[in-house]
Design a protein around this ligand. Structure first.
Ligand SMILES: CC(C)(COP(=O)(O)OP(=O)(O)OC[C@H]1O[C@@H](n2cnc3c(N)ncnc32)[C@H](O)[C@@H]1OP(=O)(O)O)[C@@H](O)C(=O)NCCC(=O)NCCS
Length: 160
């Protein structure tokens, strides 16, 4: 996927080289466990949305099987959220997955992540599975969003 660069208005969407430094500030916004992040980055591709030379957002794609790929992490710098960059990252991740001939793309989010559930469904993903107690089993500290505890992971899927 080295050659993949998409351009949209002033944003570019580019695959990061494995030897470039990891964007932990963004990665940990979406996933507070550095251990888990480091584990899946080994097998994943990282794509970065940049404006001029500045990184504004990131999306991580992890192949699960020959036919299925998962968005493992997506994050936009807080001061740039709500301007369509998250949608841009997901739309381009879908484009990459389709070009690579995957049949299905997945994205997981917590039961408490109301905005993300809205966004992913708006972009064509449908709830397909629940990983019960994923957050309580895998994270040392309890996570709360919108006053609701993140306990279960909802997996959403989109056919390509
Ligand atoms: C989730 C995230 C990547 C979305 O990026 P973004 O650039 O803000 O998304 P967009 O601007 O494309 O938003 C698209 C829509 O989703 C809505 N939305 C996105 N996140 C939302 C939230 N947390 N709460 C409510 N609505 C939200 C926007 O209002 C917008 O709706 P509209 O198109 O009807 O106006 C970004 O909020 C983020 O980095 N969050 C922190 C990390 C995170 O939670 N990652 C996901 C882990 S599952």
């Amino acid at each position: 996927m080295e050659e993949m660069t998409f351009k949209y208005q002033h944003l570019t969407f580019t695959k990061q080289d494995k030897n470039e430094p990891r964007e932990y500030e963004l990665l940990l916004l979406a996933d507070p466990s550095k251990d888990l992040v480091d584990q899946y980055l080994e097998q994943s591709d990282t794509f970065i949305a940049r404006q001029n030379e500045e990184t504004l957002g990131i999306v991580i794609l992890l192949p699960l099987t020959e036919e299925i790929i998962e968005i493992k992490n997506i994050a936009v710098k807080p001061e740039f959220q709500g301007q369509g960059i998250g949608s841009y990252l997901i739309e381009n991740a879908i484009k990459v997955a389709a070009l690579k001939k995957y049949k299905k793309i997945l994205i997981g989010t917590a039961n408490s992540s109301i905005g993300q559930l809205y966004l992913y469904q708006k972009l064509g993903f449908e709830i397909s599975e629940i990983r019960k107690n994923f957050f309580t089993d895998n994270y040392a500290e309890p996570i709360y969003e919108n006053g609701v505890q993140a306990k279960h992971m909802l997996i959403l899927a989109k056919q390509l």
